[in-house]
Design a protein around this ligand. Structure first.
Ligand code: BG6
Length: 550
């Protein structure tokens, strides 16, 4: 079955448009994927979908990138587009319309992107595919506050449809500072760029995080977005949802019969979710001062991971079915009282220390950071989900900058056996554990007890370990590749819906608000290169547990 666009646009383009050079055999396809694209003309309109049926290729379209000269566009969005292009996953009739304030022309901007690709592409950049890709980029100069810039943009996009066959399909991508979101959206509405055309041309908008800075601002932003676009046109991005292991979590849970029966309070003792980073705040001091770990990672990445682990099986894999289930989990996390916040949430800030054999400064000494800053660079929390499946099972989550290593994982620890049969074993058997490694070394580990060889009956924990790298021998796509492709295909399953974002904020906002009234924290309270403040260990020790060493 062909994938249908979520917003009702036809997924397959009608026949009779210019054809692209396509690989015709599996070998050609591999060559093309390795970057040795072969110029073999073909009659197939969309070979990957209609001919070989190996991959999905979106409709002809323009991607209009706001904030095109910014960091996110250069580091993530454009390299992801290049990778999609060189693996034949973008349509031949594709244009990237880069919108920015700087006075560039097409050639200057293309040259800049050429350099960007050399720095940030995850694969070596080859001259042929690069030149083809660059030829599909055009620069549109304009200030977001200037209505004329949008009038000109509208005219220009129509001209591109004519010249490049992009058929009125447009994906707007907001990679700007979040303060510009409402302005750009209102202008798009004013010039009618949100309207889908009579000829079936679709309009979608991708909105980057942060989506609001608390519940009220998220509600206001949703209201502004939905004044112009319909929810089905809106793709709020959380790049964690595009990570291969996160997507595999769904397959793991719902594509296998053996784990789901154990996935509940009867068998699970507790869950730990970690997003650890060894990096500091890089050159984002001003941004981070306003954000902190709770807005930057807890509200989005950690809440999403928690929802995916805890949700009920959706009836189908359609975007809304999946998102309905995630929303139910977030609703079942009741907002905390100030007392619960004091006891169940830990915040921390790194001081100077050593990370990967390098001496690094403390947060307060980073550029653009207040020397007396109270912004948290670490947060750990204990949540409970008040529903039938999870009542009484703690979910511990943590995230932090300048931890010993970059490592994200979800660990499900199971209850011990009800009766200890092997009492003579010299070791206390470690509990069964399932760890889903999100990064690096993506994979899944199952820990269980095994008999130590010999005449006695010693039991020791052993691991059964699956790693993506060795099992499949292919690189996983970057999350941005997956998500941009999905947005072009009209599949919103891995994007967050308005109510979902607001539910996540309704958990995190009371926490941030309560901190304002609490005594100033004794920051810095963890050394760079350590696993966070002692209070984070105490949070688990209180329940007789400890963080898994990862
Ligand atoms: C971003 C945060 O959303 O996620 C960053 O703004 C953080 O502060 C990043 O470093 C982590 O993403 P990843 O993919 O590197 O784990």
């Amino acid at each position: 079955m062909e994938p249908a666009s979520a917003d009702g646009a036809p997924a397959s383009p009608p026949a009779g448009r210019p054809v692209r050079d396509v690989p015709r055999t599996i070998r050609d396809l591999r060559l093309a994927r390795d970057g040795k694209r072969k110029a073999a003309p073909s009659k197939l309109d969309n070979p990957l979908r209609e001919g070989l049926r190996l991959e999905r290729v979106p409709d002809p379209a323009s991607l209009v990138l706001f904030g095109a000269t910014g960091d996110l566009a250069h580091r993530k969005v454009v390299p992801a587009l290049y990778q999609l292009w060189r693996t034949n996953l973008l349509p031949h009739e594709f244009m990237l319309v880069a919108v920015g304030r700087r006075a560039y022309d097409d050639l200057t901007f293309q040259a800049e992107i050429g350099k960007t690709l050399e720095s940030y592409s995850r694969v070596p950049v080859e001259t042929g595919p690069k030149a083809e890709f660059l030829s599909r980029i055009t620069y549109h100069q304009g200030d977001f506050a200037d209505p004329d810039a949008f009038d000109r943009l509208s005219v220009r996009l129509d001209a591109i449809d004519e010249e490049r066959g992009t058929r009125g399909n447009r994906l707007f991508y907001l990679a700007t500072q979040s303060s510009a979101f409402t302005e750009v959206i209102a202008q798009l509405g004013r010039v009618g760029l949100d309207h889908e055309t009579h000829g079936g041309g679709w309009r979608r908008i991708v909105i980057e995080k942060p989506f609001g800075r608390d519940l009220d601002s998220a509600i206001r932003l949703n209201r502004e977005v939905l004044k112009v676009f319909r929810e089905k046109q809106v793709y709020r991005i959380d790049h964690y949802l595009g990570k291969e292991t996160v997507r595999n979590l769904l397959v793991f849970r719902f594509g296998n019969g053996i784990f789901e029966p154990l996935w509940n309070r009867r068998y699970v003792d507790h869950v730990q979710i970690t997003v650890a980073e060894s990096l500091g705040i890089e050159n984002r001091g001003a941004f981070y001062e306003e954000t902190g770990a709770s807005r930057d990672v807890l509200q989005n990445h950690l809440m999403q991971l928690l929802a995916l682990v805890a949700m009920e099986p959706p009836a189908t894999f359609e975007a809304d079915a999946l998102r309905d289930e995630k929303v139910k989990v977030l609703r079942a996390l009741s907002p905390m009282t100030p007392d619960e916040i004091r006891s169940d949430i830990v915040r921390g800030q790194y001081g100077p220390g050593w990370v990967a054999a390098q001496q690094v400064p403390g947060y307060r000494a980073e550029p653009e950071v207040d020397p007396a800053s109270e912004t948290e660079t670490f947060v750990a929390a204990r949540f409970e989900i008040d529903d039938w499946r999870w009542a009484g099972v703690p979910f511990y989550v943590r995230t932090g900058k300048r931890l010993p290593k970059r490592s994200s994982e979800i660990a499900i620890q199971f209850r011990p056996v009800p009766h200890r049969l092997f009492k003579d074993s010299s070791e206390d058997p470690e509990p069964n554990l399932l760890a889903l490694r999100i990064q690096p070394d993506e994979g899944i580990l199952l820990r269980f007890g095994a008999k130590v060889p010999g005449l006695g009956l010693d039991v020791r924990a052993v691991n059964m370990d699956f790693t993506y790298g060795s099992a499949f021998n292919v690189d996983s796509p970057d999350a941005y590749e997956t998500l941009i492709l999905d947005a072009l295909l009209g599949d919103a399953s891995l994007f967050t819906r308005a109510d979902e974002v607001e539910e996540a904020w309704s958990i995190v906002t009371p926490i941030i608000d309560a901190w304002i009234d609490m005594p100033a924290p004794a920051f810095p309270d963890y050394e760079a290169g350590s696993w966070g403040p002692e209070a984070a260990d105490e949070l688990l020790a209180r329940d007789g547990r400890r963080w898994r060493r990862i």
